[in-house]
Design a protein around this ligand. Sequence first.
Ligand code: SF4
Length: 438
Amino acid sequence: MYLKMAKRALLETDKRLVAKFMWLMGFKGLRSIMKHKARLKRGEIFPPFLYISVINSCNLRCQGCWVDVAAKQEKIDLDAMDNLLNQAKAMGNSFFGILGGEPFMHADLLEIFRRHPDAYFQVFTNGQFITDEVAKELRKLGNVTPLISIEGSEIVSDERRGGKGDVYSKSMEGIQNCVNNKLLTGVCTSLCQSNFDDLLQEAWVDRLIEMGVFYTWYHIYRVVGPEPNPQLALTPQQQYEARKFVVEMRAKKPIAIIDAYYDADGNALCPAATGFTHHISPYGDIEPCPVIQFAKESIYDERPLKDVFNESKFLSDFRDLAAEHTRGCIILERPDLLSDFAKKHDAKDTTVRNEAYQELDDLVSNPSQFNPGKEVPEKSWVYWLLKKYAFHDYGKYGKHFKLENWQPTIGPDGNALNPETKEPEQPLVQIKMGEEQA
Ligand code: SF4
């Protein structure tokens, strides 16, 4: 597999772009992690990977989207982005995840990339604004990898994303424009009930390789936002199968497969709980992660960014809370704890719709990537080594997590468990934390 991957890198890419990736993301990315480790040793924290939502607007309306996409457009402007990126670069950061809304609706997006040639940007996009012309410009810049989301077949894509018959084709066209211009292109999917059987398939991975895509990323659907669609959530068994599939394909296919939920030995983790990453909203709020829409600090605070992160009691308490109760996703498993935590801190609801507290209180508990006893270690020594060095829990769970604190409410088969006894509930219903059974 490694030879096939090397052959692809040799024959299918623009060598200048590969060199830029190896330097900015490879060498400088690993160096930013070394600096992160050194800070942690000194009892300081500044996340080496920041995710920045540069704009709220989007042309699509996806199920489970948490962003105020239909609200008045708000974006982080050029000067504010310069200030944010320069301060983060001064801390040794070189990699930035760019989200939205739809980032390519930000009129100055390319100018942001142009002004920071010493940084590498992964853009989470629906691909529908990436014309051949835009792709040509991204190639010139060389410091951008587009990660284009495909959420199912034609029919499922329209259903999932609120489209009218062309969501899939338009996103695929964006992918084609990227690979035609030899961009290091990625495709991601938020795995859920409506696309699980279509996209967690070897045939789909082979299709991506044929198209010239260089990496893929299977996220797990998060039950969040104004229309959380809990019926789309995956069962623990499906999440286990997804993990096995990823590990198998990594050792077999000449395409990179990213994940942000497991260490080298297959232990689950939350990258926000470990302090590896945090999120900046389109309004400048500093949030634990994109789907946890609460904050106490902002990039517009009158303090150096390094102090804002280092001194944030809100973020520090969030990391401890998450790490104490699960190695998985706290907003999926324990929205009740998150609600109490946000209220205790009197945290700002960072949504324009101003419903984040109510949405959290209305959520039921759902399973996440933490599935004790079902750990699947990496098979590929490359991923194993990279994760051993760069992507693990940085000792967070060792200090905080106790299995007895974990309260699963959904069994492997997707049916409810009694949080106390952890035995299947009779009759089989979804339980809202704190509510008596029907
Ligand atoms: S809380 Fe959940 S969604 Fe947020 S970073 Fe952690 S695992 Fe991901």
